[in-house]
Design a protein around this ligand. Sequence first.
Ligand code: THU
Length: 162
Amino acid sequence: MEKHLQQFEFSVYDDITGLNDADAWLLNEAREVTQHAYAPYSHFQVGAVMRLVNGEIIAGSNQENASFPIGLCAERVALAAAASVYPEVAIETIAISYHNVNGESGHPISPCGICRQSLAETENRQQEPIRLILGGLSGKVFIIERANDLLPLGFSGSELSI
Ligand code: THU
């Protein structure tokens, strides 16, 4: 028996002012896009804005439903939009922010498990890393260099090949 250790490194900034201009702009867009969320049930509004390698910007926000399980997270709305409009163009960076209407919004949140799986698939498909910028409406900002870092030992399509 062997023990294996898997860990990853990410950057932590005190606030948005530590980011370069392009990253700060993208995070500010994600903060704005939280206002487009349809979240009448959770009152937790999430914005995800991505920059593609061709410079195009694609946004998504969470879209809830009275039938709760069919609600969509902001990340997967944005991923589906990008893949539909620019199917051949890789995603370079995605900024994710949120507005917790009934609580505080001053620390980063990290994508849910289903979104991690979707992000990992997209990254595997495009064979280029997807950077993640995670931040609330204020406060610390995390930068993660590749989506697969968030899904250690993840399941991927390579397992399905014969
Ligand atoms: N949500 C997202 O949009 N992204 C995440 O990464 C976490 C959660 C949404 C789903 C739901 O509409 C609300 O936030 C509360 O869970």
